[in-house]
Design a protein around this ligand. Structure first.
Ligand code: HEC
Ligand code: HEC
Length: 296
């Protein structure tokens, strides 16, 4: 009679041991596991220029960085990259040279605690076989004419985005887009492909734009992998075609200016017709009342 429960326990025990081991491993790991907040911060602010184990982008691959430089140095560097480089630090000078003179930007909202947590995150991600930040998985397939066309459509806003991102043309211009060109809030993207050093770096940049202006706009409207490829294909084709963005001709401006003001005048005339009467009527009425009031 006593055999039965015994038997059950013994067949269960390897399972229980495994569960126990997994749980304790989980707990032990959780003590120094980076918080979601730090992961999200890295994703938002660093992956546009760095991978961990996915190769260099604009900045170096951060895998194993704590073996190249000590952690206190890394914290200081993340806090104030330009300051450290300009202080004449030889290791930083070498980094700058390898990055072809491009300075790492000072990340907004950075403080010492955040920087320390980021270094811990980089260390723990470096130890993984495959880091969360091994890089955007963007296909290596050859870019086609179809990509270029789609990219142009996305840029111009004639092809809608999967996640409702705004068209690039609202803030950017590029060579060959014709008309008055695009918005002026962002830079001309004609040579962005070259400036951001090609397909991989530009893709990473677009996957998570570090721009203060673009970041909030794209945060909840991320571009998907195929959209990024199409835009990269388009910007590549633009950078390879000759010439910078041709400024809209003066005549175009003048004509559009006249046309525009004529339209505006008509529009306001129309809109204010009602308003004018609506203001005048009570005035007349009031003045009548006033007169009546005065005579009585
Ligand atoms: C705009 C691109 C850019 C962004 C964004 C960026 N970095 Fe960098 N980072 C660089 C470049 C470029 C270097 C190489 C040094 C230099 O030229 O300034 C660098 C160097 C580093 C280094 C030293 C690397 C080494 O090999 O010793 C660390 C660590 C680092 N970055 C961490 C971060 C972290 C963490 C973030 C996010 C909070 C971040 N970076 C955001 C471009 C960037
Ligand atoms: C709300 C305005 C806005 C929209 C929309 C926008 N951008 Fe930007 N973008 C900017 C600004 C502003 C900058 C300059 C960096 C900064 O000041 O933040 C920039 C910078 C860039 C850069 C870096 C250029 C360089 O040479 O450093 C690239 C590439 C870029 N944008 C691509 C795009 C693409 C592709 C789209 C469409 C999917 C897009 N942007 C949509 C405002 C915008």
């Amino acid at each position: 009679m006593l055999k039965k429960p015994d038997h059950t326990t013994s067949s269960l025990s390897p399972f229980l041991t495994a569960v126990f081991l997994l749980t304790t491993a989980g707990v032990a790991g959780a003590q120094d596991a980076p918080s979601e907040e730090t992961i999200e911060f890295f994703r938002r602010n660093c992956v546009s220029c760095h991978t961990i184990g996915g190769g260099a982008l604009t900045g170096p691959d951060l895998k194993g960085v704590a073996e190249r430089a000590d952690e206190a140095w890394l914290v200081d560097f993340i806090l104030d990259p330009k300051g450290v480089i300009d202080s004449g630090d030889p290791y930083a000078a070498e980094l700058l040279r390898k990055a072809r003179g491009l300075y790492m930007t000072q990340v907004p909202g950075m403080d010492r605690t955040k920087a320390e947590k980021l270094v811990d995150l980089i260390v723990s991600e470096s130890a993984k076989e495959r880091s969360l930040f091994a890089g955007l998985q963007i296909s290596d397939r050859p870019l086609t004419e179809i990509d270029i066309e789609r990219g142009r459509g996305l840029f111009m806003g004639t092809v809608p985005y999967e996640n409702g991102a705004p068209a690039c043309i609202s803030c950017h211009t590029a060579s060959g887009i014709g008309g008055l060109g695009g918005g002026r809030l962002g830079p001309d993207l004609t040579d962005a492909y070259a400036r951001l050093e090609g397909r991989k770096a530009l893709s990473a940049w677009l996957g998570s734009p570090p721009s203060l202006v673009m970041q909030p706009v794209f945060k909840n409207h991320a571009l998907d992998g195929e959209e990024i490829l199409a835009i990269v294909a388009y910007l590549k084709s633009v950078s390879e075609s000759e010439g910078a963005a041709e400024p809209a001709s003066v005549l175009q401006f003048v004509l559009l200016g006249f046309g525009g003001s004529a339209l505006l005048l008509l529009l306001f005339d129309f809109l204010w017709r009602g308003r004018y009467r609506a203001t005048r009527r009570p005035l007349i009425r009031d003045s009548k009342h006033a007169r009546i009031g005065a005579s009585s």
